[in-house]
Design a protein. Structure first.
Length: 143
């Protein structure tokens, strides 16, 4: 199973936003340049992240984006859900893990269990966890 670039880029961008947060909004242009992500693509993701109550936008000079709540309260599964990614491992399953062919599918329980484990894993990691890890890597590179 592979997540799309929407999920990957959204998580990377939010780690960058949190990592370089100095109390003022960060422009999406700055995040796009730092993460080498298309500005247009990132703008589309941030619209979804704002609708998902992950980030808030600040208009005007010096505007940009800030986290809508503390990074310790933002889970990775919430970020992925905000950019409309599905966390189900096979195409026949709905987002809630149900499937129309459950009665005749002998492997359904395998895929359902996998989907639950993926969601549990992603919900166990916060944006703060990833930011802490990124700070550690930056510290190692500077040593």
């Amino acid at each position: 199973m592979r997540l799309s670039t929407k999920a990957q880029y959204a998580v990377r961008a939010l780690v960058s936003l949190n990592l370089f947060d100095e109390g003022s909004p960060i422009s999406i242009k700055e995040i796009a340049a730092r993460e080498e992500i298309s500005l247009t693509y990132l703008e589309q993701l941030f619209v979804k992240l704002r609708r998902g109550h992950i980030v808030n936008s600040v208009r005007g000079p010096g505007g940009g984006y800030v986290l809508a709540r503390p990074a310790r309260d933002i889970r990775i599964d919430q970020i992925i859900d905000s950019v409309e990614e599905t966390l189900v491992p096979v195409s026949c399953m709905d987002d809630d893990g149900t499937c129309s062919c459950t009665s005749q599918c002998v492997t359904h329980s395998v895929w359902q269990g996998l989907g639950e484990r993926i969601r549990n894993f992603l919900s166990s990691i916060t944006l703060e966890d990833l930011t802490r890890e990124a700070r550690g890597k930056i510290g190692q590179e500077q040593s």
